[in-house]
Design a protein. Structure first.
Lengths: 399, 357, 399, 357
């Protein structure tokens, strides 16, 4: 699609707009829940920069991918957020693609401005790797559904206005065919959020207990019992950004960060004269750099319109990197790694990483599930025969 | 002088197979009763990390005085039995100063030994000088006076007596004569403290027993690690059998099953290494240095790997604080730094092999 | 079963017999085909030492396991072969347990004396890991069966008198239920043996092309179509000795052998001052020693009557050891490892091992199959659903 | 002086994407036609390991003179194109002295360069002194005379010209002035020889181009390894799709599928590393030393691992001589020792990172 504007004109326009409008943001903000940057984001939305590839109807400008990147680069150059959400905003993309007309008119603008907080209600205690095994039920009632069940691994549930929910609406068909996808209002009786204590002793996630909660008819996304396909497109958004996004050490004082931080730590710890240390540090840094090179190559391939097998490897690669980096950090510190707490930031980093690495190797699909996906979708290897794919969900063994 | 026995002056008795099994059973029963997961979590949350009543029960069972000679009120047993007991301790994540007191039992003399065995004294051991594997302590000896700080001393905060062991000899210092700074530790089932010395100390021997004390510590720790690895694997296999995804027990998937097979190799190898080191130490074998070094890194590595991969095999449930899997990983990580890390002991292993050749 | 003889009397008797009879063996012998040690072995058999646990009817003495070990140790002490074949002789054990009465009267004594050469006709090009998928057919004819098919990975086929053969005798039942087990006479038209060139450029194995070969009725072992069970007992014998038996480097001049040979090589190559080398050498030696300790423990457990999970780990352990040792040997040699041939024995060892390690990691059940076995039979994890277990073999997809 | 370009005095052209793709296609087509598995096996069994007709075809396609400046009859291209061509060469296990001639192209001058490009001369490069990574050669320079032996020189037995490169400068020696001893090699697609020098030699330059020659060699080799790894993985995946056991394609089992996924990561990472090193070398990037070192070990390790695990995934069929899998492992093993092994380049990598910091 061509918008008719030249690159130069576009560049000038966005620069001028930013010069007129961008004055920076409050220093601190919380990344979950209602976005305190809403005022700015609303401005970006209304100017058409939030979703430059979309039509004007959806606050966009119908720009080509190349021109949209001009906009994104201009925002990035001054550090202003909010541009290019037509590629990055999971919630808005999902709603635009699948929500009912009336619902998306309301919700999409709000999502683009960060005016509503969102969370994911996918996983359950009995449905982790196997999301299609969800047992949360949505029963049809007048004007909507009543939902009952338990969800886990939900970030930001406590401050969310809506949860993207998968729930079972038909128990008498095979598991993938009886699931529906909803925007569940979170601020209601019947939705109870309890923080989940992680092995890192943090609580970034919640359990959500849903008891007879109401979701109105217009909040159904996609067809009734067609939620599995909606979920797949939503998951695809997530996966495509996961490789880069693994969280590092939490301490602010744990030495230099980034790909080469191990080198600094080894130096600090006085261990860089040990040839064994040098080999191990070199290998971990190498993996980090290789992962970055892979990602760059994937992006370049995609920009040229070729599909890239490399993107899906990022999360798996990062999982190895994080676990191995935890090992090497521990080795570098020796007995100091026995410690924890803010007074021992280097030990804190090593220990935190040794546990938090599972956030990447388990969360968002375990390494084992990732290898299945890479083997099947990228390399084209045949799927494993699935014994529960064709039988009514009622009859599937769970536990 | 010889360092081939637990104490140069006492030959440790060795139980026959039936008595050994009975010893293991009695410890296992006690811990199943008094050291459940809930108990471990309760003790972890103690300020001291110690449960005096549980310790008392271990004293009464004879476990605390296991390697104390009978003449001093102990069971007069050796490394083989100690290793066996420690397998149970590791499996249960027992938070108690058993390794410290076992090492101290090698270094202490008559009356102090009796107080270890009867539970009236808890002793912590600080290895200094050449025996401080990571070189973090700076304890100086001048005559009978000690100054400086011993770092990362296990169980020091609950100890009545600090035993200082190095190439300049063995010293005891009363709790009241040192400054003990408990350290915030990642594995709260194994507490550490820094111990600052201000002069007063009693020399109780030369350095001849120090290597044996460290060897006993390695054997005990190796047993703990072998037992911990085995229990963590059992838990993981049990979970993989009961947890269903895609309509099947997850343990029926090769991804999980094959990891479990590899972990069995690790865990069984650790058990073999720990028991062989114990046997060779007890027998004063010519090749015991190699056996000790092998156990030191093989058991530490195995426990870390089984705990690590075990968490991965569990999936999300093991990412929660309430699941005990991470307690095993914490324990594995602390043991791997206690008396020397893997690289340290691999290097010592090859030195021992060179010396043998 | 108690034989009534005291340990002392037995010890004296076997010692006296050996003193009277054992004078050593010819220095060189070939381990496949007819055993040139037959004369000695026949003597051992006739004296009852070959099979001390068996009844006198089968050349034995009805000794307990403990007493039989007295006999074995006495033979081992002087280096005399042939004792205790009631535990080690795959062929004789299989025949005794499953052969027809008439056939076993003839064959068992011959097998114990090494008077007939044997080979295994199990694997086929299309049935490797999945032995139950054999497509070699045995069609019933007057007095026996006519066999047609192709077997691979057969050692000693060229000099064998019989092959232990599995062949399909019923195509209309699920795969495990249509297989029969035979002693196929090898010296006949219709059995063609071709050497198979391995990646090591050796030919220890053969392909065997069987075209309308005859096997007499009495050579059937176990019931018709009951061959799978016979095969399982035969395989159990093999597996129990595999962990120890992996072949090492072939060169005679490649430095000291055994668990510590890497240390010698590192020294010879002047690399033992490199801390990285020291770590890697230590780790490989450690794995070798651990495997030996595991095996000792397993044997001790079994002697006490406890079943041991450890035995089955030996082959898997050895596979890792051999591949890793090949890597470390290569690292130690540097560019010298580029060479081959008898003038470069250290390079020859490293390169040979890098390829021959697959003999252990693929041969006799791949590492992957081995992990299945350990997971299921030792750890008790559930089997994988098998899609071809219940359908007629005719309908199973092969390739 | 700068060593940022292929030759200090000539800026390499860089093709646009379409031309680059066309170059890759033309090489792939030539090799699919003239360097089939049967051809590789035939050339392996040659005494020389060389096929003059195939070499002639590569000359005619412009591949041999790829990095020779246009003024000397070459294509005047750079590391990026060389790497691309070498990916195809590695995939096909091409037995031909492309790496040697590419390195020589950096070191040689006018007329000798023209003879490389037109195929009338094959040159082998012997790195000596500080550039002999494993220190096996003992070549001594006295004025313009060379004595001693260069060891493990690739392609020397078929070379018309030996180029000697070290810190004392660059020399050429005619074949007739040296004694060449072909070596029995494990990877018969890459022949080696020892070269003994008896004095006569011509100095053609100082040592300033030597690092670039080695860097070009690494980029070419890394490309070969990335291409080899990719093809070996493709072959393995194809076999795992077609081979059925237990009524299923073996690639449907997680044991095989998950190994394949891990190998894809290795193989894609190798491709990224090789291409990045080529780009940075072509651009004279400030961080090119790190990029070259990274490619050197990452690509070598990846090819070895993909070849190794690929054989395992095949099962018994790959244990036979007639299956080509082992040819990839042999090639991977020889490349991993050619210009420095993994430990060597990991150490150089960290040196480069230290220098950058």
């Amino acid at each position: 699609m061509s918008s008719g504007i030249t690159d130069e004109a576009l560049r000038a326009e966005v620069a001028a707009w930013l010069a007129d409008n961008w004055t920076g943001l409050p220093a601190h903000h919380e990344s979950f829940g209602r976005d305190p940057r809403s005022e700015w984001l609303a401005k970006v939305r209304d100017a058409g920069w939030a979703t430059p590839r979309w039509d004007a109807e959806w606050h966009g400008r119908g720009l080509s991918n190349e021109q949209a990147r001009i906009v994104e680069r201009a925002f990035a150059a001054v550090g202003a957020p909010g541009a290019g959400q037509d590629r990055s905003n999971l919630w808005a993309n999902t709603a635009l693609a699948h929500a009912t007309d009336s619902f998306k008119r309301t919700i999409v603008p709000q999502l683009l401005a960060g005016e509503v907080g969102m969370c994911l209600l996918y996983s359950e205690p009995g449905a982790g790797s196997d999301l299609a095994a969800v047992r949360t039920r949505a029963n049809k009632v007048e004007g909507g559904w009543r939902v009952t069940g338990q969800k886990v691994w939900t970030s930001g549930a406590a401050v969310a206005d809506y949860g993207m929910l998968i729930a079972r609406t038909d128990w008498d068909v095979p598991k993938h065919r009886g699931i529906s996808f909803f925007f569940l209002p979170m601020k209601q009786e019947g939705v109870e959020v309890r923080p989940l204590r992680q092995i890192t002793d943090e609580s970034h996630f919640n359990e959500v207990f849903i008891t007879d909660a109401f979701v109105p008819e217009e909040n159904l996304l996609g067809p009734l019992n067609g939620g599995w396909a909606v979920l797949q497109t939503a998951l695809a958004y997530e996966r495509s950004v996961m490789g880069d996004a693994a969280r590092g050490p939490r301490s602010g004082a744990g030495g230099p960060k980034g790909d080469y931080s191990l080198l600094g730590l080894a130096q600090e710890a006085g261990r860089l004269d040990d040839p064994i240390v040098r080999q191990d540090v070199a290998q971990v840094i190498a993996w980090r750099v290789l992962n970055k090179l892979n990602t760059q190559r994937a992006k370049a391939d995609m920009a040229q319109g070729t599909s890239s097998p490399i993107m899906s490897l990022g999360k798996l690669a990062m999982s190895r990197i994080l676990h191995e980096e935890a090992r090497v950090r521990t080795m570098l510190l020796g007995p100091e790694s026995l410690l924890e707490g803010p007074e021992h930031p280097r030990a804190e980093d090593a220990n935190f990483l040794s546990l938090n690495a599972y956030f990447t190797s388990i969360g968002g699909g375990t390494d084992q599930i990732q290898r299945n996906i890479i083997g099947e979708r990228v390399l084209g290897l045949p799927r494993e025969p699935e014994i529960d794919r064709t039988i009514p969900f009622r009859d599937v063994r769970a536990g | 002088m010889t360092d081939t026995l637990v104490r140069p002056d006492t030959a440790p008795a060795t139980l026959d197979a039936a008595d050994r099994a009975a010893l293991g059973d009695s410890v296992r029963r006690l811990l199943a009763d008094r050291c459940t997961e809930a108990d471990v979590r309760r003790i972890m949350d103690n300020e001291s990390g110690h449960d005096a009543a549980l310790w008392r029960a271990l004293v009464e069972l004879g476990v605390v005085g296991l390697t104390v000679p009978e003449e001093h009120g102990g069971a007069g047993l050796g490394p083989v039995e100690l290793e066996l007991v420690m397998e149970e301790a590791g499996a249960a994540l027992l938070p108690a100063p058993l390794i410290s007191t076992a090492m101290a039992s090698v270094l202490l003399d008559g009356e102090r030994l009796a107080k270890i065995a009867d539970g009236s004294t808890i002793a912590a051991v600080a290895f200094v000088g050449a025996y401080d594997w990571a070189g973090r302590s700076d304890v100086r000896v001048a005559g009978d006076r000690l100054t400086g700080t011993a770092r990362f001393v296990p169980d020091a905060a609950i100890a009545d007596l600090i035993v200082v062991a190095g190439e300049d000899g063995v010293f005891v210092v009363e709790r009241c004569d040192v400054t003990i700074t408990p350290l915030p530790v990642f594995d709260r089932t194994r507490r550490m403290a820094d111990v600052a010395f201000h002069g007063p100390a009693t020399r109780i021997g030369d350095s001849s027993c120090v290597p044996t004390a460290r060897d006993i510590g390695i054997v005990a720790l190796a047993g703990e690690q072998a037992g911990g690895a085995r229990r963590m694997l059992e838990r993981t296999v049990a979970y993989a059998t009961e947890r269903h995804q895609f309509g099947r027990a997850i343990g029926s998937f090769q991804a999980i099953k094959h990891m479990a097979a590899d972990l069995l190799l690790e865990s069984e190898s650790a058990t073999s290494a720990a028991r062989d080191a114990a046997r060779q130490l007890a027998e004063g074998s010519q090749t015991k240095d190699a056996a000790i070094a092998l156990a030191a890194f093989a058991c530490a590595d195995a426990f870390v790997r089984v705990a690590k991969d075990g968490i991965q095999m569990h999936g999300g449930i093991a990412f929660t604080w309430t699941n005990p899997a991470h307690l095993y990983l914490r324990r594995a990580r602390s043991g791997a730094q206690l008396l020397g890390d893997g690289n340290h002991w691999r290097e010592r292993y090859i030195q021992a092999l060179e010396a043998q050749a």
